[in-house]
Ligand binder design. Structure first.
Ligand SMILES: *Cc1c(COP(=O)(O)O)cnc(C)c1O
Length: 440
């Protein structure tokens, strides 16, 4: 039986799959916070190029991937699908476990799939410079790589707690030519305001987004980019699931359960949307979002209109949210420290089409280490949340004797997160409850 199921470059997807064409209920429109009216393309054009605004609102099921984007995808796509034979044995489970490994990209996660597309459309629109925020540094490094590929300048506001925990992510961004600031920074009005209130602020994605949006909104040659949450970002990630479907099909397999960790929802969307198209057509399939207990957006948040950032500069969107002022504890899965969630993923959860689970970081690192011992790859702390859910489902199969087929997205490797593994191994990692954090 095969371990690595590879595709050739000519099997790489030629279009992205737009789930908006198939959603069971319409998405609520983003609202202008001043007027409470739905926003139009012109409101967004201050910080986004028209092509991406069009994709954000498009009802088309398939959107062609431009050739220059596919050309850079070829540096690492198609990514391998791997059968976790050794993990199955270690767990003693009758379940079949497959993972799609996105850690083979230059920056080590799935994020270049959208960074490359976003850099391309901005370049085509005549933009010279892109600003963004980054949590763990994975989005910042993906965008730095993509900006360099298309000759754009890149300005990254990096959440302070990660800036200090993960100095080598900053080095990586600088190798690709980006400018990186610790957020809150003194480069923006909003950053200066936060620092005046709390000079020791550890920062949050919400604060960093406010800084990056302010940077782009106040400069003509600069646009803003987001690494998750928005429809067009999730759209670009659907190359993952399309490839996985072809790969599973080539060995006559189809998943019963698909699992992804969920920060803003992009890697979960990427792996699951092309399969959800089958579920909408009647196929039996479970999709599970795995999130941290310190930031349990789907499992403990409210489904309502909220801001995407802390300052309240973005449009209001309907999503599961812990409140735009919520600053999660400094857990190591920085990419999962977002107060909200993608409106698409939120709708799918609200409609009962996908499920969600939440875990503490110690139990997550425990399975991450077991995974590394079986499969070799050291997973990103974010991806390890998905692995915890895989362990739970595989152990259920062990109890019932059922042989379910489980597919999960290994969204990135953890080679830049070894300080987190150090803390786990020395017993210094703390678990945080959302309730405690919120002061309840
Ligand atoms: C950013 C990131 C995540 C979380 O973001 P999503 O948009 O929810 O995918 C998960 N895993 C890795 C490796 C990341 O870099």
């Amino acid at each position: 039986m095969e371990t690595k199921i590879d595709l050739s470059e000519k099997d790489m997807p030629v279009s992205w799959y737009n789930i908006n064409a198939d959603l069971p209920a319409p998405l609520s429109p983003p609202l202008n916070p001043g007027t409470n009216e739905p926003i139009g393309p012109d409101d967004l054009s201050v910080i986004f190029p028209m092509e991406l605004i069009g994709q954000e609102m498009s009802p088309e099921r398939w959107i062609p991937i431009p050739e220059p984007v596919r050309d850079i995808y070829r540096l690492y796509r198609p990514t391998p699908l791997i059968r976790a034979h050794r993990l199955e044995k270690a767990l003693g489970t009758p379940a079949k476990i497959f993972y799609k490994y996105e850690g083979v990209s230059p920056s080590g996660s799935h994020k270049p799939n959208t960074a490359i597309a976003q850099a391309y459309y901005n370049k085509e629109a005549g933009i010279k410079r892109l600003s963004t925020e980054t949590g763990a540094g994975q989005w910042g490094s993906a965008l730095s790589f993509a900006c360099n590929a298309f000759g754009l300048e890149c300005m990254v506001y990096m959440v302070k707690v990660s800036y200090e925990q993960k100095p080598y992510r900053r080095s990586m961004m600088e190798v690709w030519g980006a400018n990186v600031a610790s957020s809150p920074s003194n480069l923006t009005d909003f950053g200066r305001k936060i620092l005046a209130e709390d000079p020791n602020s550890i920062g949050s994605l919400g604060i960093a987004i406010s800084e990056a949006v302010e940077d782009a909104a106040t400069k003509d040659d600069t646009n803003y980019t987001l690494g998750s949450v928005l429809n067009h970002v999730l759209l670009h990630q659907t190359v993952i699931g399309q490839e996985a479907k072809k790969q599973m099909n080539s060995i006559d397999e189809y998943p019963d359960i698909i699992i992804g960790c969920c920060g803003g929802g992009s890697n979960l969307a990427g792996i699951s949307y092309p399969f959800l198209a089958d579920k909408f057509a009647g196929k039996d399939l479970r999709v599970i979002a795995a999130e941290p207990k310190a930031c349990p957006t789907l499992t403990a948040g409210e489904y309502k209109y909220d801001f995407g950032d802390t300052a309240g500069m973005t449009p209001l969107v309907q999503m599961y949210t812990l409140g735009h002022e919520f600053v999660p504890a400094g857990i190591h899965a920085g990419g999962l420290r977002y107060h909200g969630d993608s409106p698409q993923i939120s709708l799918l959860y609200h409609e009962g089409i996908i499920e969600a689970v939440a875990y503490h970081q110690n139990e997550v690192f425990k399975v991450a280490v077991e995974f590394a011992k079986s499969e070799g790859i050291i997973p990103a702390p974010e991806a390890a949340h998905a692995i915890k859910s895989v362990f739970d489902e595989a152990n259920k199969c062990k109890e019932t004797g059922e042989s379910k087929t489980i597919l999960f997205n290994l969204s990135g490797h953890g080679n830049f997160d070894l300080s987190a593994y150090d803390q786990y191994l020395s017993g210094d990692l703390e678990d945080y409850d959302y309730e405690k954090e919120a002061g309840a």
